[in-house]
Design a protein around this ligand. Structure first.
Ligand code: F6R
Ligand code: MG
Ligand code: MG
Length: 364
């Protein structure tokens, strides 16, 4: 039998402001999912990154199961009620529809799923970020699966030397393309370097075995207006013919600028943190990523391990904080502020609209 992992997340209210999910929401979600164990679900784990409530579910219903998506929706709806009771900030903000209509992917929450035949041992890493968008994973996935300077296994292990296939989604034109690496790595980079538009959705082995899966929902494109950032999630399988756990984690030792942060309008460093530090504070950030590791055993989530809660990541955190100081000093100027094209999906157009009729045309 195959096992499916579904990671579904939404911001349905936080405190204070947009900084962290409330424990009562985590408790409500955990209880609702636990009640489904042995029924719809095999196992479950609930956590948060910043203001985002993260549901990790294992089951045998495959990706895009209507029943599993409905359960996630019901959990978010119930947590919204709790959030409203406490007058939490942004209560229900990511639920863009009144009711569940069959596919949660179109309704606001972010979804990463994968279905696979369990190996003798299946280590799985689940990454969850706040104050950034799905393009944030592009850099890391390229490094993990296509860069031998990061992943020696690509050179040293015959089980990896065949390379990997990347499925890239165009979030604007709603189309997809695949690139086989290493031979098409330049073409892959030509697109994924524009990470505000092109995002890696899946990584496969040559034989089609799934290795990585991300959420690609663009909240503001779905809503048609600014409702916060997408705050993506990602599932990566490791070891035995895939990159090792350390190869998957190694790209997170470099400070990387991602789009998001304050008002979803600024580039800033993505800070890898343990759960105890997964709360956004400075300038509503900096953008953060947590990682939970599990062994998946007949659908059971054996774990979790709080991966970035480790002094080995102290130096990248210090460097990220330095980079935050440097880029913050630019205040309202690009490239701290996002480019004009990306600012279209923030609250800036509302400001420009008010000033529109003050502009006078220049004579040629
Ligand atoms: C960014 C984020 C925050 C809010 C900011 C304003 O993703 O969540 O930076 O954009 O706190 O939020 P409101 O409009 O709720 O005051
Ligand atoms: Mg928020
Ligand atoms: Mg968030």
């Amino acid at each position: 039998p195959k096992t499916t992992i579904s990671v579904i997340k939404a911001d349905v209210g936080s405190f204070p402001g947009h900084s962290r999910a409330h424990p009562k929401l985590l408790e409500t979600a955990a209880q609702m999912l636990r009640a489904e164990r042995g029924k719809l679900l095999l196992d479950s784990f609930v956590t948060h990154c910043g203001d985002d409530l993260e549901l990790v579910m294992t089951h045998s219903h495959g990706a895009n199961s209507e029943a599993v998506h409905r359960l996630a929706w019901n959990v978010f709806a119930e947590c919204t009620k709790v959030a409203k009771r406490f007058k939490l900030h942004g209560a229900g903000q990511d639920l863009l529809a009144e009711a569940f209509t069959g596919d949660i992917r179109e309704l606001g929450p972010g979804v990463a799923e994968m279905e696979f035949e369990e190996r003798e041992s299946d280590p799985v890493l689940i990454f969850m970020a706040d104050k950034t968008g799905p393009g944030a994973w592009n850099f890391y996935l390229y490094k993990i699966f296509a860069d031998p300077f990061n992943t020696p296994g690509l050179v040293l292990d015959p089980a990896l030397s065949g390379g990997f296939v990347f499925e890239v989604h165009d979030t604007v034109a709603k189309r997809m393309i695949t690139f086989s690496c290493p031979e098409e790595s330049y073409s892959l980079l030509a697109y994924i370097g524009s990470s505000s538009r092109y995002v890696i959705k899946y990584v496969f082995k040559r034989d089609g075995t799934i290795v990585a899966s991300t959420s690609t929902q663009r909240l503001n494109l779905t809503a048609g207006k600014y409702v916060g950032k997408d705050d993506p999630v990602m599932i990566v399988r490791a070891e035995s013919g895939f990159p090792s756990m350390g190869e998957v984690l190694e790209p997170f030792t470099v400070p990387v600028l991602v789009a998001g942060w304050m008002r979803g309008s600024h580039n800033g460093p993505l800070l890898p943190v343990g759960l105890c530090d997964a709360n956004c504070t400075r300038f509503d950030g900096p953008p953060r990523v947590v990682c939970f590791g599990f062994q998946v055993a007949n659908g059971a989530l054996v774990g979790p391990a709080d991966i970035f809660d480790d002094p080995a990541f102290d130096r990248v955190r210090a460097r990220c904080n330095e980079l935050a100081d440097t880029i913050r000093a630019q205040g309202p100027f690009e490239p701290h502020r996002l480019s004009a094209g990306e600012m279209e999906y923030t609250t800036l157009p509302a400001v420009e609209k008010e000033l529109e009729n003050r502009w006078k045309l220049l004579k040629e």
